[in-house]
Design a protein around this ligand. Structure first.
Ligand code: BMA
Length: 362
């Protein structure tokens, strides 16, 4: 009862600021303003369920447009995650081998169906030429900022990124509003923009330079999402490298369960992170999300109803995004597919009134 009351109070406060809510980008397109308001208002209905790369490959297929989610529960996810890594090199396909032209077409389809598109960017290490996980030097962030030896390369990267975002148009030629979540999991030290790889000032400067760079290139169809790794203890730790209310529209974090044994830790960590993020979201009038999650291979056949749902259901978050079902790494998948032992439970989860899939948004 107490938790229901608390939940209703949280929802009421989200709704109250929803109508007044404006994107951080003061020149955001009308569709982007509308998207933010829709996200806030929809929190009342439930939590949108998302999946990374859902339409371009799955556990046992590639490029055939099937959707493991739709095959498992009869509906598509409400949120579709896409990856931009390698776009900075001008490549035609992402680091996960998905052609950017296919991503664009799918983004258009999702938008036409009322779904939400969100982008991650595992930007390569521009100083060493290796990938995002190359943390061999702590000079990368500094090197891409103005005055740094790789600034020119980063400027070109921003040109390429902006031209992709500017190419996301609907059937009327209007820019499709999306969520962009750059420089994520920065409180860990496994990406070149991570905690031990740059100073707070450099990290914040990277965010500001990225956002102002996109705006200067005419990109105004973005809601920006700030998402740390898990493990922060309080609001000040969460906000330590926050780029500012004038930059971020959405706040959240990423957390994964480490195998069957990790259930208790995962549940504790999500609950603690959520309560901290909700407090900040309320105070700063931001939308809260669980930006990335899952338990690789879903080894617990009741994971959906006994782990994920219990830890998120009491928080008014807009969405939760499950990571990708790789077609070329047999155990690297995070959502049900036909025949997986968790499929029956996933169906039950999908049938809950407050788990929102694509058809629920119509
Ligand atoms: C990671 C893994 C990688 C993938 C990367 C970017 O978490 O899934 O296989 O290349 O994300 O999508």
């Amino acid at each position: 009862m107490k938790s229901l009351l608390l939940y209703l109070l949280l929802v009421a406060s989200c709704l109250m600021h929803a109508c007044a809510q404006k994107p951080a980008d003061s020149q955001a397109t009308p569709a982007t303003v509308k998207l933010l308001q829709k996200l806030a208002l929809r929190i009342d209905k439930g939590i949108m369920i998302g999946h990374q790369d859902d339409l371009v490959y799955g556990h046992s297929w590639n490029s055939q447009g099937i959707s493991d989610v739709k095959q498992s529960c009869g509906d598509f996810p409400a949120v579709f995650g896409w990856e931009l890594g390698d776009i900075e090199f001008g490549n035609a396909v992402s680091l996960d081998a998905v052609p950017f032209d296919d991503i664009r077409k799918n983004v258009q389809w999702v938008n036409s169906q009322g779904g939400l598109n969100t982008f991650s960017w595992h930007c390569n290490n521009l100083l060493t030429g290796s990938n995002a996980w190359d943390v061999s030097t702590d000079q990368v962030v500094k090197s891409v900022l103005p005055g740094g030896e790789k600034n020119e390369l980063f400027v070109t990267s921003l040109d390429r990124l902006a031209s992709f975002f500017n190419s996301l148009k609907d059937e009327k030629g209007e820019a499709i509003p999306i969520v962009f979540r750059p420089w994520h999991e920065h409180t860990g030290s496994w990406f070149w923009w991570g905690q031990k790889l740059c100073t707070t000032d450099e990290y914040v400067a990277l965010w500001k330079y990225t956002v102002s760079g996109l705006k200067e290139r005419g990109v105004h169809n973005i809601l920006y999402a700030y998402s740390s790794a898990s493990g922060f203890k309080d609001t000040s730790q969460y906000l330590e490298r926050y780029p500012g209310d004038e930059i971020a529209d959405i706040i959240g974090f990423d957390e994964y369960q480490n195998g069957l044994k990790g259930k208790e830790n995962y549940m504790k960590s999500v609950a603690s992170g959520m309560s901290i993020v909700m407090q900040i979201a309320k105070e700063r009038k931001k939308i809260a999300i669980l930006a990335e999650t899952g338990c690789e291979s879903v080894p617990d056949s009741l994971w959906w109803t006994e782990t994920l749902w219990p830890v998120i259901k009491d928080y008014p978050i807009a969405y939760v995004l499950m990571w990708r079902n790789a077609h070329d790494k047999p155990n690297h998948f995070y959502i049900s597919y036909p025949g997986h032992p968790s499929e029956p439970d996933f169906k039950v989860f999908a049938g809950y009134e407050r788990t929102l899939f694509l058809n629920d948004l119509k």
